[in-house]
Write a protein that binds this ligand. Structure first.
Ligand SMILES: *Cc1c(COP(=O)(O)O)cnc(C)c1O
Length: 224
């Protein structure tokens, strides 16, 4: 089987599973499938887009900038990886949303760059829901304060929350925690996006209200 038909087959499996999970959870809203592109060639990414995937997830600024010129560009691009303040300027006019806002400083820099480019940037606050040391994301206790700061910045639009819970059998509890946090914060205007669920757990994430599942290996195969 060629790499392309492998991806096409995986795409069908994933969309079937997503549809099934949506039905089972009785949800009437929508979930979006994001193709996570790290380590994949622009060619493979463009093929995924040609299948109907309208949303790409980028982790690494340098790799993204190298591939970006070769993207067919008929889709949305979100930044989902750890982001250093000094790299914001390179992506500010190339992405539609940033999922990884986890500090006041980073929010301030994105706001500053967005203002410079005369745009408003959609952002998610990333929550370290498993309270794992050394991991990106703001602690659950500090999330409210950061959401309030982001809401107050004129060139940011707070769209919701993102999480990468600890992998493994305990993940369901963290998805439930995230769903509760998300629902509790719907007082924020435009708050409509809950980004959680990856290759191993996306169906479960749908059960807990995820609106974007971020899928790499289940679509493209294992990363080398
Ligand atoms: C790599 C990555 C994913 C996708 O991981 P898979 O397990 O390959 O689906 C999702 N979200 C983030 C932030 C990632 O870095």
């Amino acid at each position: 089987m060629s790499e392309y038909s492998f991806i096409a087959e995986n795409y069908k499996i994933i969309t079937d599973k997503l549809g099934e999970a949506m039905l089972k959870s009785g949800r009437s809203d929508a979930v979006r499938l994001m193709a996570v592109t790290k380590t994949r060639s622009a060619d493979l990414v463009n093929f995924a887009v040609s299948l109907g995937i309208g949303l790409l997830g980028e982790n690494r600024v340098q790799e993204f900038l190298q591939k970006y010129e070769n993207y067919s560009k008929k889709c949305e691009i979100n930044f989902i990886g750890g982001l250093q303040n000094n790299k914001v300027k390179y992506i500010i006019n190339k992405v539609d949303m940033i999922h990884s806002v986890d500090s006041v400083k980073l929010a301030g820099e994105i706001n500053r760059q967005a203002e410079k480019h005369g745009r408003v940037m959609d952002v998610l606050v990333e929550v370290n829901i498993g309270r794992e040391p050394g991991k990106n994301g703001i602690s659950p206790e500090e999330a409210d304060e950061l959401c309030d700061v982001v809401s107050g910045l004129s060139c940011l639009r707070l769209r919701g929350l993102m999480a990468i819970p600890p992998a493994g059998s305990g993940v369901e509890r963290y998805f439930a925690d995230m769903q509760r946090m998300f629902t509790d914060r719907k007082k924020h205007e435009h708050f409509d996006t809950l980004s959680m669920g990856m290759s191993n757990d996306y169906a479960l994430a749908v059960k807990y209200g995820s609106t974007i599942v971020r899928i790499g290996s289940a679509l493209f195969g294992e990363r080398k």
